[in-house]
Design a protein around this ligand. Structure first.
Ligand code: UDP
Length: 468
């Protein structure tokens, strides 16, 4: 019997990486005949959300956990989530090698935190690929970084003029990816080194689509990615048909009883965290707006905007305890606060949801695009400021609240922007544009759409692998 090509996928720790890679696996299975194994590195123990995603995989997609990496508290203190993810990957390399040696894989796909694992694939003659879980704008920065590093002598944030990446909107240096914000840091050096290694891959799969970022994609193909096949296969996003557990379905039931398009969903991804003061202002701003909301609340943290990746649920904190006194009672009927996690994909496709206040994680953005839901952009870390600029200034599908001189978005500003999106004229305009983009996204995913073609091209490349 003819054997199917066997593809290994390695998502780095974090739901924002696991979810799109798992969805890519499902798409590959749906349209092309592959055997797929997800190899899962874990920092500490897998979260409830992670286990739920893996347990819901179709039986034809295998998954194997690598031995959990334990990092001492001292070791991870002050380390950004991205560095923790890279460290987890580095420590998982020996058992990963064992898995990759144990079976004959045709291709091996890593995300940007797993670039170091590409060497093992090369050595074992497995075709290495990168899955870039963000957009062509961010990929463009990554591939241009070695050049920028040579030509710019100051910190990028001190550049007087915006940075112009080919085919992309000009972007101020202070809004570039977070790891490039301090060129003297270890993080910058690690990041720069990894950007040079992208060329080890035989192709980059990117979670965007031609109709959304045609000019950035074309510019990449003309220049930086001339010899590096690009596969814009997006939007790949979390299935709204995924199962939800009892506590999660409470939130969908609440939505069932709200008027059409009346609810603002407020969520900062899987790791986004606000300071104590900002949490307080957001609560009071939502209340002041008078608009309906569902807010996924996290325990505040004054040190780190991505603190929730590791701590919240495992520490057993109750995030609702940090909300202003009497807030939950006063807003009963107006809003619902959900601790830790909500079934976002299902919330966004519910008819009662009419807006999304987001940290601009790329998965969240694509999930909103697929439902035609307009945005309020509130970027926190990673490439989110680039995404926010793209969404608000280029695509014009989002409103952006202003920060005051203390770096805070105050309650009056929040109330103003929330009302603007949900019931204002400006909200109508961004909503209409978002509807157009939703249609373009659906077109890209049609049987003869640009993303479906790109996925077929990738599948053909894998099936034609000389060793197969
Ligand atoms: N997510 C969810 N419920 C939550 C928070 C997040 O289902 O309460 C999902 C969301 O739908 C998305 C992913 O987690 O698929 C977050 O990815 P994104 O790229 O937006 O942000 P990140 O977590 O990587 O910062």
């Amino acid at each position: 019997m003819e054997q199917k090509p066997h593809i290994a996928l390695l998502p780095s720790p974090g739901m924002g990486h696991l979810i799109p890679l798992v969805e890519l696996a499902k798409l590959l299975l749906l349209h092309h005949d592959f055997h797929i194994t997800c190899i899962i590195p874990v920092l500490g123990s897998p979260s409830k959300a992670m286990k739920a995603v893996l347990q819901a995989l179709p039986t034809s997609i295998d998954h194997v956990f690598l031995p959990p990496v334990i990092l001492e508290e001292e070791e991870i203190k002050g380390l950004k989530h991205g560095v923790q993810a890279m460290l987890t990957l580095t420590r998982s390399l020996p058992p990963l090698r064992d898995v990759l040696t144990s079976t004959r894989f045709s291709a091996f796909v890593v995300d940007p935190f797993g670039i170091d694992a590409l060497d093992i694939a090369k050595e074992l003659n497995i075709s290495p690929y990168i899955f870039f879980p963000s957009n062509a704008f961010a990929l463009s920065l990554v591939l241009h970084l070695p050049k920028l590093d040579k030509t710019v002598s100051c910190e990028y944030r001190d550049l007087p003029e915006p940075v112009k990446l080919p085919g992309c909107i000009p972007i101020h240096g202070r809004d570039l990816l977070e790891p490039v914000q301090d060129r003297t840091s270890e993080l910058y050096k690690m990041f720069l080194t990894s950007t040079k290694r992208y060329r080890l891959a035989e192709g980059i799969i990117v979670n965007t689509f031609m109709e959304l970022e045609g000019s950035a994609i074309k510019a990449l193909l003309d220049e930086e990615a001339k010899n590096l096949p690009l596969f814009p296969v997006g939007p790949i996003q979390s299935g709204s048909s995924n199962q939800v557990d009892k506590s999660e379905s409470d939130c969908l039931r609440w939505l069932d009883n709200q008027p059409h398009g009346s609810v603002l969903f407020v969520c900062f991804g899987s790791g986004g965290t606000l300071s104590y003061e900002q949490t307080n202002e957001l609560a009071l701003g939502l209340e002041l707006s008078g608009q309906k909301f569902i807010w996924v609340v996290r325990t505040p943290n004054n040190e780190s905007a991505d603190a929730t990746y590791l701590s919240d649920q495992t520490l057993g904190n109750n995030p609702l305890a940090f909300l202003p006194k009497g807030f939950v009672e006063r807003t009963k009927g107006q809003g619902l606060v959900v601790p830790f996690w909500a079934p976002q994909a299902q919330v966004l496709c519910h008819g009662s949801t009419g807006g999304f206040l987001t940290h601009c994680g790329w998965n969240s953005t694509l999930e909103s695009i697929m439902q035609g839901i307009p945005l309020i952009v509130w970027p926190l870390f990673a490439e989110q400021k680039m995404n926010a600029a793209f969404l608000a200034d280029d695509l014009k599908v989002a409103l952006r609240p202003k920060t005051n001189k203390n770096g805070l978005i105050d309650r009056e500003e929040i109330a103003k922007v929330v009302k603007g999106l949900m019931v204002g004229e400006e909200g109508k305009k961004v909503h209409n544009r978002m509807k157009d983009i939703k249609i373009a996204a659906e077109k890209a995913l049609n049987a003869d759409g640009s993303s479906t073609k790109a996925l077929s091209k990738l599948a053909t490349q894998w099936k034609n692998h000389p060793d197969f």
